[in-house]
Ligand binder design. Structure first.
Ligand code: AMP
Length: 115
């Protein structure tokens, strides 16, 4: 999508600190990290949110959750102690960028409930 900042990051039209890329998704450091490790994993394809995922996107969603996030958690050194995966969705979910993204947060103890 032409005016989507995360589409532009995926297309490398605007800079980011990429930590992972494959044919379906990229991961990059969050600009305003909320934990020592804070990366965003996004599909290259524009999908607005978890709610917008379609039947055809099942393999993509599984790839991100089954293959990419656990691999990154290990590479980034947070797998052993634990980490949090968050997909803020919609207005009350706190989603500010309307391109599906999974926050991978770790490196400190997380609190519950979230704010
Ligand atoms: P959310 O509020 O769940 O939609 O998360 C959006 C996240 O994107 C926030 O944590 C922002 O800090 C992050 N963000 C926004 N623009 C950029 C950017 N250009 N590069 C990296 N992270 C960004």
């Amino acid at each position: 999508m032409s005016d989507c900042i995360f589409c532009k990051i995926a297309a490398k039209e605007i800079p980011s600190t990429l930590v992972y890329e494959d044919d379906q998704c990229v991961a990059f450091k969050d600009l305003e990290p909320q934990a020592p490790v804070h990366v965003l994993v996004i599909p290259k394809k524009h999908v607005e949110s978890v709610l917008a995922l379609q039947e055809d996107d099942k393999a993509l969603a599984a790839h991100i959750l089954v293959d990419v996030i656990p691999k990154l958690a290990k590479e980034l050194g947070v797998a052993e102690k634990g980490f949090r995966v968050v997909a803020n969705t919609g207005e009350e979910g706190g989603q500010s960028v309307k391109h599906l993204h999974f926050h991978l947060l770790g490196g400190r103890s997380m609190q519950w409930p979230p704010g």
